[in-house]
Design a protein around this ligand. Sequence first.
Ligand code: NIG
Ligand code: FE
Length: 416
Amino acid sequence: MQKQTLIGPFSQVITMDNLPLKGALTDDKLQIISEAGILIKDNVIAAIGKFSEMYANTNTTDIVTLKGKHVCLPGLIDAHTHICFGGTRATDYAMRNAGKTYLEIAKAGGGIWDTVTQTRKSTKEELTKNTIKRANRHLKNGVTTLEVKSGYGLSVEEELKMLYAIKEANKSTASDLISTCLAAHMLPKDYTGSEEEYLREISTTLFPKLKEEGLTNRIDAFIEESAFSEEQIKAYFEKAKEFGFDITVHADQFSTSGSQTAIEHKAISADHLEASTEKEIMLLAKSDVIAMALPGASIGLGCAFTPARKILDAGGALAIASDHNPGSAPMGDLLTQASILGTFQKLTNAEVLAGITFRAAAALNLQDRGTLKPGMLADLSIFHTDNYNEILYNQGNLKPCMVWKNGTLVYNKHNS
Ligand code: NIG
Ligand code: FE
């Protein structure tokens, strides 16, 4: 017997359906269904329509009647995070704000390597527990799908520990965790060989293991002066392609390197792009690579925002993610960050919402979520308001009152 649930009436259901993957969007293009009901069968949406009609015609006894104003969005998708880590980097933050440079902080024992050290000291069980805790916090904030990167292990063994921890965490949170291998985050300080040797070791030893154990389908690399060069990463990405991995890149964060490589290697996304100039923007917009803005990193570091407006106007596809990590983006509140990006970059509400729903789903190669229509997963973020404009206007202060994942109510503010 199929489980059926009818939910409603919603003041508005914002379906995010029938919108293009690329380019600028105006708010009048949003499909808004008012006084709506959503019928769920098992884990997927069976129908969306007028609640009164659905109520009159339904044979289900499982009806969730909403009292007061409610707006429903697709479950939010955070397509770039590093929430599997040990320790904290609060000292980096204080030092940065006191005027210390990246190099000075690294010399004083901070930076990515500090988190590598703290993560290596954590057991797999501790990492699993912390990842679940952070994923559940995102879930309460409406995020039902969350990408999680490794990249704080930086050896075959330690990267495996992280990816097993993410896999375990995925079993114990209602959220879907999509893992990515970021072994190419930086050359580990305790590695005695060259960058090329490290990358070769990872691609020949770790890649087959990732496939065998089903640990991830995605390979990421940080292309930057402090990490790996475009030249060094070529062979690594070619190997990743041979294994059939999707590629994603930390690109153009501080200098314009990485977006070109993302395009050449047909990466699914190029993330960061704070330093991208007109040239990179035009090339990205012409390509099939999704540009991913990470406003949490701009807010955490006090840097410029990704030129999101220009990317959209050039015809690019723009996703928005939190980059939640202990160093550059410790806040980890997608809705707050996406709204702030919207105000600084003059993005329409439709563009911001697209960036954290169906355009983010495309960046993770997920076709079963990101919009609300029959056949899609019943992942719902529900807010206590009668006007969707209130959600971004409140800049993250209006949190969901209910979250559904795969047709199950996983968070209800009134019960917590
Ligand atoms: O996406 N840019 C490189 N990696 C992370 C930062 C990681 C860290 O500082 O721990 C990022 O911002
Ligand atoms: Fe990142």
